[in-house]
Design a protein around this ligand. Structure first.
Ligand code: RP5
Length: 173
């Protein structure tokens, strides 16, 4: 993985992580962390729908030809980035609602989830859990054609179950 100016990129990225602002990074880094944990090559960068519409258009137009298989898009407020990307590509787009200043991300969630019929955006929970789950969903898509990755995902689930089984409640005082 290399950091090049305003983007992180791996060799031959399979997942494109984009976000509307660098202020989304605190949330979206949770997606990147999951991709790193699963050794999935990714790229991450800011592509703002309303401030960089031409770049957003270009990103979605060529993503598939560049070898990207899943796009994870996070945005806050009137969060049209995931929907607009999905409108320009048939790749699966995972939308992550980023918490916003005034409406705490409920605006982001509704903007992303309420896509009109015909252009699906897979929509996740507001915030960190949504970002991590978007990446896990991307992993499960890639795992359909990657046996080793599928086994890693199974192992992750087994370990996660065991962590829950081992949980202890604090004593009642
Ligand atoms: C959206 O506006 C971004 O996705 C971000 O969540 C929000 C605020 O952006 P900044 O003003 O912090 O750049 O486009």
């Amino acid at each position: 993985m290399t950091d090049v100016n305003n983007m992180h990129t791996c060799d031959k990225p399979l997942v494109g992580v984009v976000m509307g602002s660098s202020s989304d990074w605190e949330v979206m880094k949770n997606a990147v962390q999951v991709l790193r944990d699963f050794n999935v090559p990714y790229e991450a960068q800011v592509v703002s729908a309303h401030r960089m519409p031409d770049e957003m258009f270009a990103y979605a137009t060529v993503a598939k030809d560049r070898g990207i298989q899943v796009i994870i898009a996070g945005a806050g407020g009137a969060a049209h980035l995931p929907g607009m990307l999905a409108a320009k590509t048939t790749l699966p787009v995972m939308g992550v609602p980023v918490p916003s200043k005034y409406l705490r991300g409920e605006d982001s969630l509704l903007s992303i989830v309420q896509m009109p019929k015909g252009i699906p955006v897979h929509t996740f929970a507001i915030g960190e859990a949504g970002a991590a789950n978007a990446a896990l969903a991307a992993v499960s898509v890639l795992a359909l054609s990657d046996k080793a990755l599928s086994q890693k995902l199974e192992a992750f689930r087994v370990a996660q179950s065991q962590v829950a089984r081992d949980m202890e409640l604090p004593p009642l005082r």
